[in-house]
Write a protein that binds this ligand. Structure first.
Ligand code: PLP
Length: 396
């Protein structure tokens, strides 16, 4: 039996969808996994079909069975009308923006957004005569005051990159709808398993699938989903930009997705245990984790989210580079490097005091972002303690 439940019966739970979604074993000689279809050319059966471009798939860039499987599975998870696949999470953001915007438009972007999104707005969109205003991520319904006659898009990211502010998505969506403004969200941290933006009326949902869907740090890929209203614009922009993703990468993404729920559950629980430990640590000034009281938007998180994932930040009680270096260099289990969502724990320093424009970020100590992987959380805590001991020595 094919995996796609279209029987009109009670919709399956997410675990079941992740296992059965986007699969058509009967079309693959019974093989469970859809293979990576590679190819630019797709042959037509005859001249009449070729003239009319009458084929299930017409050209490699426009789709193949592997790509369709990922689109189907993700669309179902998001509760969207459709999904396009992009070569990275960053390109998913720009594709979502370009679907909604034209020259002369104005866009509102959260000040807590992913840094390359800010670069795209400040540079590329400026050159296209599209103006960006950054807003306080905690603005909520107050966003209404920033909407101009030419505001076409409000972009959210919740929790924010590095600083993890949880936004009042329903309030922002209500203000946008009242003025006919499109909304988009970068939902990479939560994935639709922990927060499903379509249920809150968001029009365009972006996910850097590089993170949890792939889950193994071996593929860069992005997904953009839209509701009925925005899907034609999204598909048009994606098609006109001629974006394409290798089926090998899509295959690995599908493979990652089959276990995403388990990984997310485990990494989320591990991260929370570690965050709680750090919250009482005398060498930690602050823990920024949406599920912990005191984190910005914690009440909204409790209201809207089904759980937390494995990424959060701490501010070390450290002032000097030497202390930060001693801490990081004495972690044996943490890799140091960008991206996140993989099975291995990572630690990277961050500082976003220099580039925010709508809000000031005033840290109490030196920022470290932690991606908690699938290691035993007690091993991770012991490893962090080695870092803290070295940090204390460096303080001298
Ligand atoms: C990583 C990330 C992206 C970009 O994803 P890439 O695949 O690295 O281009 C976009 N948004 C957020 C929130 C991210 O963390």
């Amino acid at each position: 039996m094919d995996g796609n439940p279209k029987s009109g019966k009670k919709p399956h739970k997410e675990e079941t969808r992740l296992v059965h979604g986007g699969r058509r074993p009967s079309e693959q000689y019974g093989f469970i996994n859809i293979p990576p279809y590679r190819g630019s050319t797709i042959l037509y059966a005859n001249a009449a079909d070729c003239l009319a471009m009458r084929n299930r798939f017409t050209y490699g860039r426009r789709g193949n069975p592997t790509m369709e499987a990922l689109q189907d599975l993700w669309t179902e998870l998001e509760g969207a009308a459709g999904t396009v696949v992009c070569p990275s999470g960053g390109s998913a953001v720009s594709t979502g923006f370009l679907a909604a915007l034209k020259a002369g438009d104005h866009v509102l972007v959260t000040d807590s957004t992913y840094r390359p999104t800010r670069n795209f707005c400040n540079n590329f969109l400026t050159r296209m005569n599209i103006e960006t205003t950054y807003y306080d991520p905690m603005i909520g319904g107050g966003i209404a005051e920033l909407i101009r006659p030419n505001t076409r898009l409000i972009h959210m990211e919740s929790p924010g990159s590095q600083t993890f502010e949880v936004q009042d998505v329903p309030a922002i969506v209500a203000a946008a709808k009242a003025r006919g403004v499109t909304t988009s969200i970068d939902n990479t941290w939560a994935t639709p398993l922990l927060f499903r933006p379509m249920d809150f009326g968001v029009d365009i949902v972006i996910n850097a699938a590089t993170k949890y869907p792939v889950g193994h740090s071996d593929v860069l890929i992005g997904l953009v989903s839209a509701n009925e209203k925005l899907l034609p614009d999204l598909q048009l922009a994606h098609g006109e930009l001629c974006l394409y993703v290798s089926s090998d990468d899509i295959y690995l993404t599908l493979r990652g997705l089959r276990t995403m729920k388990l990984r997310l559950r485990e990494q989320g629980a591990n991260a929370l245990k570690i965050a709680r430990h750090l919250a009482t640590h005398k060498q930690v000034k602050k823990v920024i984790h949406p599920a912990l009281p005191g984190s910005p938007g914690h009440e909204i998180f409790k209201r809207d989210f089904k759980g937390s994932s494995g990424l959060f930040a701490i501010e070390l009680d450290a002032r000097s580079d030497a202390e930060v270096i001693a801490f990081l260099d004495n972690l044996a289990l943490f890799g140091m490097g960008y991206s996140w969502g993989g099975y291995e724990s990572l630690a990277v320093p961050f500082d976003c005091t220099s580039f925010r424009t709508a809000t000031a970020y005033n840290p109490d100590g030196r920022g470290i972002r932690l991606n908690i992987g699938l290691e035993d959380p007690d091993d991770i805590i012991a490893d962090l303690e080695n870092g803290f001991a070295a940090m204390a020595k460096a303080k001298g």
